[in-house]
Design a protein around this ligand. Structure first.
Ligand code: PPE
Length: 307
């Protein structure tokens, strides 16, 4: 069931609605101003049945995002976990992308949110490689964005908030217009931040570096990769990275629930390393894809079976 099929069920405020009936009004507050929070979680087919990867961490982040925006979600984390498990069963999905969102209703417009109704939805569908089928093996072409990543005191980067994504969409459009697959965004001081929808890593002389958690989303795949990389014996450092350091890196890659581990073969017309998926990226991608598919023994707590 892909998003294009327009079939199956979507959960809204305690009820499963047919895909076609899961509608909101055009005066929906979040539609006008972007004040809402969401998540993106993947479930993979495993030997033991479909399993959601790091469900607890994603649901925790949804609640943290809501806290940052001063929104009180009218469900517990356990309840929302149950719904995400249940929606896979209901839609008979073996692998899926799950999208919970918390948004305000359309009782009135204007910037106050005090008296608005609050809604929660959860949808799920099959989603293939985020940046195109060949991206995972061949790597992608990236361009540094002319747009600055969200400033820490403008919108809050640790919230996965709807409105934060306007900055991402502008950057992605610009990258596509230049014939690239994705944008690399710099923070307001000019240091490397992240992709439009991914965290960023480089490898130099066998050591892995990733930007620290200032103007970037606290990615769950980023965290997973740091753990797996250390298990494989790599040193991982969180620190500021400059754009020229990326040009001379041996490898670079993006991480995200949707993008998984996507190699970067080119930035701003400069080939990164050999211009192919490098050995460290290959090892991390392989380990990551094994973990999410239940083929690793180390972290059983990362998988929530849905059967
Ligand atoms: N930074 C941003 C801005 C971001 O949107 C994501 C997820 C990440 C980093 C990586 O976070 P995590 O998924 O926890 O490892 N981007 C989502 C795709 C956005 C979209 O809807 O498109 C995702 O990967 O699910």
């Amino acid at each position: 069931m892909s998003l294009m099929d327009k079939t199956g069920f979507i959960w809204i405020d305690g009820e499963y609605l047919d895909w076609q009936d899961a509608k909101v009004h055009c005066l929906t507050h979040t539609l006008h101003y972007g004040y809402g929070v969401f998540e993106g979680t993947r479930a993979y087919s495993t030997d033991k049945g479909p399993a959601i990867f790091r469900l607890d961490a994603h649901t925790r982040r949804l609640f943290n995002s809501a806290k940052i925006l001063n929104i009180e979600i009218p469900y517990s984390e356990a309840e929302l976990n149950e719904i995400q498990i249940d929606i896979l069963k209901k839609n008979k999905l073996n692998s899926a992308y799950i999208r919970p969102m918390v948004y305000y209703g359309g009782e009135y417009l204007g910037l106050q949110t005090n008296a608005l109704s609050l809604h929660v939805m959860v949808a799920a569908w099959e989603w293939g490689a985020y940046l195109g089928e060949e991206s995972l093996s061949k790597g992608i072409k990236v361009r540094t964005s002319s747009l600055t990543r969200n400033h820490v005191n403008s919108v809050f980067c640790k919230a996965k908030a709807n409105g934060n994504y306007m900055n991402s969409i502008l950057a992605l459009k610009e990258a596509h217009a230049c014939g690239c697959d994705e944008a690399l965004m710099l923070d307001h001081e000019g240091y490397v931040a992240e992709g439009s929808g991914e965290n960023f890593f480089i490898v130099r002389d066998g050591v892995i570096y990733t930007p620290d958690l200032t103007s970037i989303l606290e990615g769950i795949t980023r965290d997973t990769i740091m753990i797996l990389a250390k298990d494989l014996g790599y040193k991982v450092h969180e620190r500021r990275i400059t754009r020229d350091e990326v040009f001379i890196a041996d490898e670079a890659f993006f991480t995200g629930t949707a993008a998984e581990v996507t190699p970067i073969r080119e930035l701003d017309g400069r080939m990164i390393g050999e211009g192919v998926r490098g050995p460290v990226t290959t090892a991390l991608q392989k380990t990551y894809l094994e973990q999410v598919r239940g083929q690793g023994d180390e972290y059983p707590e990362w998988l929530t079976l849905t059967v």
